[in-house]
Ligand binder design. Structure first.
Ligand SMILES: [Zn+2]
Length: 83
């Protein structure tokens, strides 16, 4: 392996890492449906805090996360936004 081949190899690995980090950032951002919200959400209406382990009330909540407030019955997504 020549020095140039090694340099190209290193640049390719670096590019892959940068792209990977960007994809991961997007996945965990609130813009993504696939995002994972590790923070606890609060009800937009009454301010009740959702439990860490939220029991899904329907299939959509099971698939994408979300919560139905036990206090006032409002439905929200995993980011605490009204649905
Ligand atoms: Zn509520």
């Amino acid at each position: 392996m020549t020095v140039w081949e090694l340099a190209i190899f290193v640049i390719l690995i670096a590019a892959l890492i940068i792209v990977g980090v960007r994809v991961l950032k997007w996945l965990f951002s609130s813009k993504s449906k696939w995002g994972v919200n590790t923070a606890r959400v609060e009800c937009f209406k009454c301010g009740a805090t959702a439990p860490i382990v939220r029991k899904p009330a329907n299939l959509k909540q099971f698939l994408w996360g979300g919560w139905t407030c036990t206090n006032c019955g409002s439905e929200m997504d995993k980011w605490g936004k009204e649905v």
